[in-house]
Design a protein around this ligand. Structure first.
Ligand SMILES: [Zn+2]
Length: 254
């Protein structure tokens, strides 16, 4: 199937392009989504590109970029959209729809974790919402030395058609944001990505004021700087069967 890798939907996420240029330049199709933001090393210029789909010819800078991008992406059957974070995280796939084709992509990339955004969480304006078979991959911290090698391994696995069993993948669904009540509120140290937090545990502090978890959850992207007013995403872990059911009911709603 014809595949394209998308890099720098956010201009300051540059590690994936560096890896592609260094190791895969002639072995795959890729596209820098936002070259101007990339050059300036900023997330976006006027509006977040990944909140600007399906685009508008008379819209913002990014909405106009999206119109052109959509035309190009129509020529491909699979779209893999690579992102990096400002916080530490293990690599994971992000989906807003789940079909056999989406899961196949996750398994071909050798990703061990997949996160589905539930309907009330997803903006509906991201790239993956508007392309039939597209997934986003959060490759890790932009500044972490482990990130380039994780990206290289993932693309190598994909190009060599190595897939992992769906049984080896962990499935999560994001059901809520953990929001800051005050500007200075911070997560406590033991809150780590994909590490279960139990109801009643301390999750955050603001000076001497401590906040506890109201229910069990798995933190996703804790301490991500680009999520203003948000401490982390809150997910629950589900089995593959449940994951498919959540998604199929979602799909009919879309
Ligand atoms: Zn991004």
């Amino acid at each position: 199937m014809k595949t394209i890798f998308i890099v720098s939907v956010h201009g300051d996420e540059q590690a994936p392009l560096k890896v592609i240029k260094e190791h895969f330049k002639d072995r795959l199709k890729y596209l820098v989504a936002h070259p101007e933001a990339f050059k300036k090393n900023v997330r976006y210029l006027t509006t977040d590109l990944n909140r600007s789909f399906p685009g508008r010819v008379d819209g913002s800078k990014e909405e106009r970029i999206v119109v052109k991008l959509m035309k190009k992406l129509n020529n491909y059957e699979r779209v893999i959209d690579l992102h990096t974070a400002t916080c530490d995280t293990l690599p994971f796939a992000i989906l807003t729809k789940v079909t056999k084709d989406h899961l196949k992509l996750v398994s071909l990339l050798g990703l061990r974790r997949v996160v589905c955004m539930e309907k009330n969480i997803a903006s509906g304006k991201a790239l993956i919402d508007h392309i039939p078979i597209a997934i986003s991959v959060e490759c890790g911290n932009e500044r972490s030395p482990a990130t380039p090698s994780n990206i290289k391994k993932m693309i190598d696995d994909y190009l060599n058609n190595k897939s992992i069993s769906l049984k080896r993948i962990e499935y999560y669904t994001v059901f809520e944001f953990l929001t800051k009540k005050t500007e200075k509120e911070r997560l406590v140290k033991k809150i780590q990505p994909f590490k279960l937090v139990k109801k009643g545990e301390i999750v955050s502090r603001n000076n001497n004021e401590l906040h506890t978890a109201k229910f069990n959850f798995y933190p996703i992207l804790p301490r991500e700087k680009n999520y203003k007013d948000i401490l982390c995403l809150m997910a629950k872990k589900v089995c593959l069967k449940e994951f498919k059911e959540i998604s199929s009911s979602r799909e009919t709603l879309l």
